[in-house]
Design a protein around this ligand. Structure first.
Ligand code: AMP
Ligand code: MN
Ligand code: MN
Ligand code: MN
Length: 278
């Protein structure tokens, strides 16, 4: 049997990725990925194209999504892996999130306008097409207009939490997100658990609640995690008996630090989340 390489978290141009779903599949194949999940933010729209490309190129494809949600006033990202993209409940949930994203985009644009940066909404709306409008769309707009020179600077000066164009957003409830994923036959997985900067006791409350709601997995390996973060994620997976996932969170070939399939192996002490796919 040839070596299996899993990458269960990445983005296409249907959210904030720069490649089409087909090009994501081709790039995954080039980088030796054997099983790929596409997990765009709050949309299932790119999955049909990705599935078709994966079939053509003999790559095992897992339909996925990354849902934006709120728990205790904090934003969390929950991956839904191996979801049925035609499930009515999950689809309705994404429509709710899409409305929230559209309203938020208008508010971000209004804040930029107050900073004497006009026409942002029209620009990002046009660029996103039928895909999700995300903060990276605004960052790219700010770069194109010469207001900032990098994505990081756009977040640091305008789009990041507490900055002048930041909009506090009421995403959907964590419980709803986990429920929709489960209703669609998928596995709910906590994305990048170290990104939330939770204290140990909040992490305990969060993971306990997540499991009670029907969550099954936690990302143990992501492209940007350092050895200490991996150690802590392993610890959480073991302590809460969660299955471990592996995903690059790839967005664009321009980010040389994050590549499809370029991931440390899942430690053998952790049960792989793909054992739950059927
Ligand atoms: P949104 O869901 O629209 O708020 O956008 C969040 C996305 O922005 C994340 O999924 C990342 O891809 C990207 N992002 C967040 N913070 C940064 C940052 N500091 N620099 C670059 N990209 C970021
Ligand atoms: Mn993103
Ligand atoms: Mn995320
Ligand atoms: Mn992501």
């Amino acid at each position: 049997m040839t070596e299996q390489k899993y990458d269960l978290h990445c983005h296409s141009s249907f959210s904030d990725g720069s490649l089409s779903p087909t090009d994501v599949i081709l790039r995954a194949k080039e980088h030796g990925v054997t099983t790929l999940a596409l997990t765009d933010h709050d949309t299932l729209t790119g999955l049909a194209e990705a599935q078709q490309a994966a079939d053509q190129h003999a790559l095992n494809f897992i339909p996925g999504i990354e849902l934006s949600c709120i728990w205790n006033k904090k934003t969390f990202h929950i991956l839904g892996l191996n979801v049925n993209a035609n499930n009515a409940e999950l689809l309705a949930g994404t429509h709710q999130l899409q409305k929230i994203r559209l309203e938020r985009a208008k508010k971000i644009a209004a804040k930029l306008e107050k900073n004497k940066i006009p026409d942002a909404f029209e620009a990002v709306h046009e660029k996103a097409g039928i895909g999700m409008i995300t903060r990276p769309h605004f960052a790219n707009f700010l770069i194109s207009k010469g207001h900032v020179s990098t994505m990081q600077e756009a977040f640091d000066r305008y789009l990041g939490q507490g900055k002048s164009a930041f909009v506090n957003t009421d995403w959907v409830e964590l419980e709803d997100a986990v429920h929709w994923i489960t209703a669609a036959g998928g596995i709910a997985v906590v994305a990048h658990p170290m990104r939330y900067k939770l204290t140990a006791s909040w992490m305990r409350r969060f993971l306990t609640t997540f499991k009670e709601m029907g969550g099954w997995g936690i990302e143990v390996i992501t492209a940007r995690s350092n050895p200490d973060e991996i150690r802590r994620a392993i610890h959480f997976a073991q302590q809460y008996a969660l299955y471990g996932s592996v995903g690059s969170d790839f967005h664009s070939p321009k980010n040389q630090y994050v590549e499809l399939g370029r991931l440390a192996p899942l430690p053998t002490s952790i049960k792989p989340v793909w054992e739950l796919f059927n």
